[in-house]
Design a protein around this ligand. Sequence first.
Ligand code: EA1
Length: 208
Amino acid sequence: MEFSNSYELLKELKKKNLLKNRPKFWWPGYGTFEVVLGAVLTQNTKWENVEKALQQLKVKSEKLKVEEIASYDPVYLAELIKPAGFYNQKSKRLIALSRNILRDFGDFETFKENVDREWLLNQKGIGFETADSILCYACGRDVMVVDAYTRRLLKKHGYEFESYDEMREWCERGIEENWDKLKEDYGTSFNLCYARFHGKIVEFMKKR
Ligand code: EA1
């Protein structure tokens, strides 16, 4: 694979048809509170373990509503999310996050429309990657998530970055500068290319 900017990288990945068995915007439950839960649960563990934790949660509450999580007892929630590891800490953080969503926004739909990166980064246990995952995949914003897979892929091709934000900006810049070409590739109705771009990177790197 050869590329000199993120648009060329996206084009290379696009050829590989990596999302054919995935939801359109890659993350299961795109646009729902389930993504918020998954984004926190996936910290320091494998996605397969997150899926187990989410499955156990869904047995108790099929819709995974923010109101429910906010009302759970931390010991009970910890038991349900055990497969994802660091369960006591994640339980407390998910409950606090859910309560803060309800306190500051009233409901999940209002949260989706109005939350920003700063609010998310002020929550305990939410760093850049988690915040951007929530913005992109739960709230439907055009934000690129970069993660360990992205760092490893770019490093392999000679691109190294000082910080998370520098890597994210590299990914977004190449897309923005080639927006016209991208529209031709995908058709005029195309949006949310960052959701698919990051999804393609993860699917590509998981196999290596
Ligand atoms: N797969 C590996 C995933 C991941 N993080 N890491 C994943 N699939 C859906 N995901 C969401 C988040």
